[in-house]
Design a protein around this ligand. Structure first.
Ligand code: ZN
Length: 183
């Protein structure tokens, strides 16, 4: 042993390696790259896309949403005061300027409002074939933007029935929701 002190970079790399291993083990057990912050215990979402820099964002207040996905449900928030429904969920109502919301499960059956095929992909999606992104409207009145499980845009038409499904997307290996044509 040389007894040499490790550089700050080596220490940071080691810490990050341990952290990623922890994330991988949590992902295996719960199907989501979500871990508690070691110091504070708040939930962290660890992005799995192939970026040069991984980003880690605090999702503590949105934890029910991610736990819902792991249960196959898509959840929104509803302001207890004015009744407004938010999707993607938000825990602060901009209308009331209050943070008194409840979590509700969204319906699965919706209507296709619009869609587009993505041919020019952002770098982090470059490993995918061309894909279709669509906006669907749910009976609750909210619009949900998601991938559409159909490779041929000719098979889609505005106004058709679509269903919201939670799937584990590969190769990232975590849960997302997507639209599936039902006609
Ligand atoms: Zn409100």
């Amino acid at each position: 042993m040389s007894g040499e002190k490790k550089t700050q970079k080596e220490l940071t790399d080691e810490e990050m390696k341990k952290f990623i291993e922890f994330v991988e083990s949590m992902k295996k057990s719960m199907g989501l790259p979500m871990v508690p912050d070691i110091k504070t215990g708040v939930a962290l979402w660890v992005d799995q896309r192939e970026l040069n820099v991984r980003f880690v964002i605090g999702v503590e207040r949105l934890k029910p949403f991610f736990n819902g996905l792991a249960d196959g449900k898509v959840l929104a928030t509803k302001c207890k005061i004015c009744g407004e429904i938010y999707f993607p969920p938000q825990v602060d109502c901009p209308k009331c300027r209050k943070s008194d919301v409840e979590w509700i499960e969204l319906s699965k059956e919706g209507t296709l409002v619009t869609y587009t095929q993505i041919n020019v992909k952002p770098y982090s999606f470059s490993h995918y074939d061309d894909y279709i992104v669509g906006i669907g409207k749910l009976p609750e009145g909210v619009n949900v933007t998601a991938w559409v499980r159909e490779s041929d845009p000719k098979k889609l038409k505005v106004g058709m029935k679509i269903r919201l499904e939670v799937v584990k997307r590969e190769p990232e290996g975590y849960y997302v929701y997507e639209w599936v044509p039902v006609e």
